[in-house]
Design a protein around this ligand. Structure first.
Ligand code: CA
Length: 241
């Protein structure tokens, strides 16, 4: 597996690179954010990016944001900044997971496998586009959400969240279930992260009522939504019931 390591600190990067190579990873290491971003435009195609936040040129958050403009490669943020705001922000910008320094090597490898497993598992999901509402479809296969003919710019997590809700419109998904399926079974982070993602997804959908909050339980896609009615335009989903 190709791995891009963006880390300026040799004392961290070198043993990490050696350890990862012993685990069979092909590691490309860069010491600055700009150099890391440039790798993604080159011939080395990483299947995962480990990103340090404290870099000498541009901030890791900015690196994350710029990578997400053109790539959905999984990103694990590795940071010394452990407070909740930073964690939520890192995930908001499109990171898939984070580790706070100091971390154990085995934990890192486990996270890498968890993140890439989720990624590849998603790609194998074969389904027709799901019609959520008039002019709004979610295609699990190409990982695209199309609203009024335009693709929504969703982060990986936002798409996963939407995809989970979309597979069973009207069904309630509990917070625990969502955290487990969209994040992972070992999500130790703040559950507030889920609310942050729901809020940003609602903003992007433009219709905040599409995702309903079931107080104290979880969330569901509005029941007027219907799965897979490709090519069939229903007259009106209606606000009633
Ligand atoms: Ca650093």
């Amino acid at each position: 597996m190709n791995l891009l390591l963006i880390e300026d600190d040799d004392a961290i990067a070198e043993p990490l690179q050696n350890g990862l190579e012993r685990q069979g990873f092909v590691v490309r290491r860069e010491s600055t954010g700009i150099a890391g971003i440039e790798v993604l435009n080159g011939s080395f195609h990483p299947e995962i990016v480990l990103l340090d936040l404290g870099l000498p040129d541009i901030d890791g958050y900015e690196v994350c944001r710029r990578i997400r403009v053109s790539s959905s490669v999984p990103i694990i943020v590795v940071t010394a900044r452990g407070d909740e705001i930073d964690r939520v922000l890192g995930l908001e910008l499109g990171a898939d997971d984070y580790l706070v320094k100091p971390f154990g090597f085995r934990e890192l490898v486990a996270r890498i496998h968890a993140v890439t497993r989720r990624t590849s598992g998603r790609d194998e999901t074969v389904d027709s586009p799901i019609r959520i509402a008039d002019g709004f479809t979610v295609d699990l296969r190409s990982r695209r959400a199309i609203l009024d003919g335009k693709e929504l710019a969703l982060t990986r997590k936002e798409f996963d969240l939407l995809a989970l809700l979309a597979t069973e419109p009207g069904a309630i998904h509990t917070r625990e279930e969502i955290l487990e399926q969209v994040w992972d079974a070992h999500w130790y982070g703040p559950t507030k992260t889920l609310d942050v993602h729901i809020a940003s997804l609602r903003r992007k959908l433009g219709d905040p009522t599409l995702i309903e909050t079931v107080r104290g339980v979880g969330f569901r896609l509005r029941s007027g939504s219907s799965p897979v009615t490709k090519g069939t335009e229903t007259a009106d989903t209606g606000e009633g019931s």
